[in-house]
Ligand binder design. Structure first.
Ligand code: UGA
Length: 435
């Protein structure tokens, strides 16, 4: 089948490349000529393990092409995916749907054959109805249906998540659209991936409810971690004991500096706005957003407290890891931003190293000195802070750190190390929730 993917950002590019790998003919479309030119030259606009090779292989075979020309790109496509951004609208936190609506209008103006238009972008409940209306109003005469097919992939593990999903959600009551979507996902059907057919509105809400629930789980364990610190318990043990209950599950119970990234912060806010519009408040999610926001600066204060001086001006702190999680270069809403700012506000000198994130982080953190590797960042530091749990920081050379740093103090915001081991190595160790 020919598939058009409108929007070649994270979700669009990964999904497009994976659909091509399934054997479909995929055209990725984007308004940004620079991005399309880079993709045509085999350069990836984002860092995602395995993506470059996947794109290269499918582009070479001719199944994956890139264009800025939407009318040509959608021509003959049986499924037209909308995978453009839905950022937080400035001022109010609603999802900004202007890009989705603009694509719907352009598709409606140029659609000259029957096709299913599928929203893959994360969109508030009811957006499919609006997309359907916009296409109708733009005067199309051909048969079309609008389905919702939210994406659940994680940055850093996106290809595996796409090819081995926990579930595929297809929201449409239209039998024809369901048939087309079954064809699109046929290889995954054959692999027995669970596929849930549901209404369009339910599919739209599943996406937000899933992200809000995961954000809640993280925030819950983060607050339990705070309680562990005060009460002398260890959150690693508590999380394990809680997570072994099959009803709860052990995933997303890892305490840390607060969730960041391009999804949870924006989607929880947008869900609250939707709930407000429907007069159906989500008080738990409201609390999650507040607690997570305040946690990021609190982590900066935790580092200041660990420095142990009443005046920390002139102290030097090395941040290891800046991205919101490992295996990505994404800095959006990363806890490192608030942590660095809190330290700088207190007069601390901040150095940093991140394996992939420094290019994007540099302009966002003008007061931070970016160093060429972890040890260069650590030189003369009064504290070393693990902000992101990159594999490269899981086996640090502590003897070398002791020589380079001014003081043997490790603040481990991801609980990568064991407190006893660190003490045995002669370090003052501060973890998360390790009372
Ligand atoms: C998240 C969801 O996990 C995906 O299912 C979803 O498709 C995606 O959002 C989206 O809506 O597009 P992602 O933002 O890539 O994926 O990252 P996660 O792995 O979920 O991590 C989010 C944040 O939570 C990170 O800052 C991470 O460090 C933090 N986290 C995660 C924790 O602090 N503890 C945990 O146990 C898990």
């Amino acid at each position: 089948m020919k598939i058009a993917m409108v929007g070649s950002g994270y979700v669009g590019l990964v999904s497009g490349a994976c659909f091509a790998d399934f054997g479909h003919d995929v055209v990725c479309i984007d308004k940004d000529p620079g991005k399309i030119a880079r993709l045509q030259a085999g350069e990836m606009p984002i860092y995602e393990p395995g993506l470059e090779e996947l794109v290269r292989r499918n582009a070479m075979s001719g199944r994956l092409t890139f264009t800025t020309d939407l009318p040509a790109g959608i021509s003959g496509a049986g499924a037209i995916f909308i995978a453009v951004g839905t950022p937080s609208r400035r001022g109010d936190g609603h999802a900004d749907l202007s890009f989705v609506h603009a694509v719907a209008e352009e598709v409606g103006q140029h659609l000259d054959h029957p096709a299913v238009v599928v929203t893959k972008s994360t969109v508030p409940v009811g957006t499919g109805d609006a997309v359907e209306r916009i296409i109708a109003d733009s005067g199309t005469k051909v048969r079309y249906a609008v389905a919702s097919n939210p994406e659940f992939l994680r940055e850093g593990a996106a290809i595996a998540d796409f090819k081995r999903p926990d579930r595929i959600v297809i929201g449409s009551d239209d039998e024809w659209a369901r048939g087309v979507m079954s064809e699109v996902y046929r290889p995954l059907f054959l692999n027995k991936a669970p596929i849930q057919f549901t209404s369009r509105r339910s599919a739209e809400l599943i996406k937000y409810a899933a992200n809000a629930f995961l954000a809640t789980k993280i925030t819950f364990i983060n607050e339990i971690a705070d309680l562990c610190e005060k009460s002398g318990a260890d959150v690693q043990d508590v999380a394990r004991g809680v997570g072994l209950d099959g009803r709860i599950g052990s995933k997303f119970l890892h305490a840390g500096p607060g969730y960041g990234g391009s999804c949870f912060p924006k989607d929880t806010l947008a869900l609250l706005k939707t709930a407000e519009d429907f007069g159906s408040p989500l008080r738990i999610v409201e609390a999650v957003v507040k607690v997570n926001d305040s946690r990021k600066r609190a982590m900066g204060r935790k580092v200041i407290e660990a420095l142990g001086a009443s005046d920390v001006r002139g102290k030097r702190v090395a941040l290891l890891g800046l991205t919101f999680k490992p295996n990505t270069d994404d800095m959006r809403d990363s806890p490192s931003l608030a942590i660095a700012q809190t330290l700088i506000d207190a007069g601390v000198e901040v150095t940093a190293y991140d394996p992939e994130g420094m290019e994007l982080a540099g302009p966002m953190m003008p007061g931070v000195a970016m160093m060429k590797d972890a040890y260069a960042a650590i030189e003369h530091a009064d504290a070393v802070v693990i902000v992101t749990e990159w594999d490269a920081f899981r086996a640090l050379d502590f003897a070398r750190i002791k020589q380079l740093a001014r003081a043997p103090l490790l603040v481990d915001l991801r609980n990568v190390y064991e407190p006893e081991d660190m003490r045995a190595a002669g370090f003052d160790y501060v973890g998360i929730g390790r009372g």
